[in-house]
Design a protein around this ligand. Structure first.
Ligand SMILES: Cc1cc2nc3c(=O)[nH]c(=O)nc-3n(C[C@H](O)[C@H](O)[C@H](O)COP(=O)(O)O)c2cc1C
Length: 257
């Protein structure tokens, strides 16, 4: 038996939790990382347990995930729906993911919402800093053990999960993209390599972002070796200030079995 790990994880919190859940399940693993540009997967999964882990963007599953998932199908094998959120709320994302997996032919036997450091978190305005932490990782592994127990009992019932349909309306900031401190940028190109949407390029000896491709996942900010990428757009800075002020009370993972 095998555990399939399917994740989209620009800042790696979904990946960490997905791997910890898989560790708890204990089967051999196959990884489908749909984060890199061009990593769309076309496959029919017929057995084992598939753990899907994705970040919450504005209370929903990111649109890019729906696009990259559209050719992952099943003929009734077991799946686990997992969302990672930055200590504000996951709103309707978990129910949406459960519905997506159901439509793709999976039997969703469990779900969970875990907390990951907010993509917009910084040293000045930390939100859920260093989550998932050791406690979260242990909870993820214990959740994996409980999933295995349910799977082995033959119970394939889909549990009720928190969230609503119709889902929350999609929201986002238009024409916003991380900026580059030119004096810090070494033009190493690592942001270009890791951008999941190929929104960054070299133009006339400078790093340039294309706003209509950028999903503001913040991978380029968190992974820049020189801390040269930053958020500078005023409306988004106000939002970050709000998150920093209002989302400090630690939330705990929720599981549904
Ligand atoms: C565009 C965008 C929207 C987000 N919206 C929410 C949200 O509605 N609620 C929340 O708690 N966190 C939100 N977050 C934070 C991420 O869900 C969280 O940091 C997650 O752990 C990131 O996953 P990753 O590390 O796998 O990329 C948002 C992040 C981004 C980039």
């Amino acid at each position: 038996m095998k555990t399939n790990l399917i994740y989209f994880s620009p800042t790696e919190t979904s990946e960490k939790i997905c791997k910890s859940i898989a560790k708890g399940i204990g089967f051999d693993t196959e990884i489908f990382d749909i984060t890199p540009y061009g990593s769309d997967v076309d496959t029919l999964i017929s057995d084992g347990i598939s753990v899907f882990a994705f970040p919450v963007y504005a209370g929903r599953v990111p649109l890019i995930v729906a696009e990259r998932m559209k050719n992952i199908k099943s003929d009734g094998s077991a799946a686990v729906a997992v969302v990672l959120y930055g200590n504000r709320d996951y709103d309707d994302a978990l129910v949406e993911l459960k519905d997506m997996l159901n439509d793709a032919g999976f039997k969703v036997i469990a779900g969970a919402a875990f907390i990951g450091e907010h993509s917009y978190s910084s040293s000045k305005t930390p939100v859920a800093k260093n989550r998932p932490d050791e406690e979260d990782i242990k909870k993820a592994s214990d959740f994996g053990k409980a999933v295995l127990e349910k799977f082995e009992s033959g119970n394939t019932e889909t549990p009720e999960m928190k969230g609503n349909y119709p889902y929350k309306e999609r929201m986002g900031f238009k024409d916003v993209t991380p900026l580059t401190h030119k004096h810090k940028c070494a033009l190493c190109g690592s942001c270009i390599k890791i951008c999941p949407t190929k929104a960054i390029s070299f133009e006339k000896g400078q790093i340039v972002s294309t706003a209509d491709k950028c999903i503001m996942c913040c991978a380029c900010i968190k992974k820049c070796p020189n801390n040269a990428r930053y958020i500078g757009a005023e409306p988004l800075l106000e939002r970050i200030d709000m998150l920093h002020k209002n989302c400090q009370t630690r939330k705990e993972p929720e599981t549904f079995l």
